[in-house]
Design a protein around this ligand. Sequence first.
Ligand SMILES: Cc1cc2nc3c(=O)[nH]c(=O)nc-3n(C[C@H](O)[C@H](O)[C@H](O)COP(=O)(O)OP(=O)(O)OC[C@H]3O[C@@H](n4cnc5c(N)ncnc54)[C@H](O)[C@@H]3O)c2cc1C
Length: 342
Amino acid sequence: MQVHADYALDQRSTLALRARAAAFISATRTEDLLRAVLWSQDSGMPLLPLGEGSNIVFAGDVDAALLQVDIRGRKLLRKREGCAELRIGAGENWHQLVAWTLEQGYYGLENLALIPGTVGAAPIQNIGAYGVELSRFLRRVHAVDLESGAPMVLDAAQCQLGYRDSVFKHRLRDKVAIHAVELALPLSPDPQLRYPALGQYLEQQGIGTPTPVEVFEAVVAIRSARLPDPAREPNAGSFFKNPVVSRAHAEALRADHPELPVFPAAGDSCKLAAAWLIERCGWKGHREHGVGVHPGHALVLVNYGGNDGAVLLALAEAIRESVAERFGVDLEIEPRIYGGDR
Ligand SMILES: Cc1cc2nc3c(=O)[nH]c(=O)nc-3n(C[C@H](O)[C@H](O)[C@H](O)COP(=O)(O)OP(=O)(O)OC[C@H]3O[C@@H](n4cnc5c(N)ncnc54)[C@H](O)[C@@H]3O)c2cc1C
């Protein structure tokens, strides 16, 4: 295990923001995590776990050691009750895992194709897309406590997965490094086609009863056409969560704006399309100081070369304020923010 001091982070997040970390450690084995904890105890420098940096904003220099979890491995534990139970190393790339599971005849992850990042980060915000969330398949998370080095195993209920949410954003925020994830994937296909864009795309292709591989290919095609590639236009995907409001609030907004997309959510609440609210406030395509809102996707903020996380966050704040003022809705930033004074 090597500790790199004063480490440039420009290449460590898909937003490619300029910042430095006090230290950087890459862990390729579980033992490395324990060594990193001992080093942290000795040096007094806190550890912050990192995957592929696709859901992170570096708002400035980070006064901590970034601990990149690069532990690999894919293992079939058993087949039971119609499911393949797998244990996957946290450093595995998520999309490559999805493709591999389909090759093995393990189904369910096809709607989650092409989501950037690692397997270990997937439970942090309960990744979701095209009507499916990780929570449907997660069995267990294996982690190490970053203060004591103690091993931890959390079952799905203990992970408290919600919409882009989990215990790792609350009680266990920045407190554990996940080194493996267990999934249970059905051995029989059960395509989930409720998401309108997906159903419409398959219909246009003349595919009535798609196989999981056809769903995977459809998701890849839709995402490739719609979402800006971070390699060319550095971004962190959706910058804001879709806000959840009371049904009464949603109905009041709908009365004034009949075209506002509203989706049913848990209990007596509704989810609104954040992209629509942002676009209506005139932000789509807006640019300032080398950052901006993507012209094709109002939820995506792009680093056009400004490279300054604080400037990007100032733009995000201006967007939040205008949406709050016009619609009375609070937008919540989705990516995790590190550095600066955060
Ligand atoms: C173009 C684009 C499209 C996207 N589309 C989607 C989408 O459709 N749905 C969706 O849900 N997300 C989406 N995202 C967000 C992102 O892909 C996910 O949040 C992903 O899980 C982040 O993985 P990562 O390895 O890059 O994590 P990072 O960005 O490196 O880290 C994210 C958070 O997880 C923590 N973390 C990372 N690894 C570990 C670990 N091993 N143990 C403990 N904590 C850890 C970090 O400390 C940080 O708080 C998109 C992002 C981009 C850039």
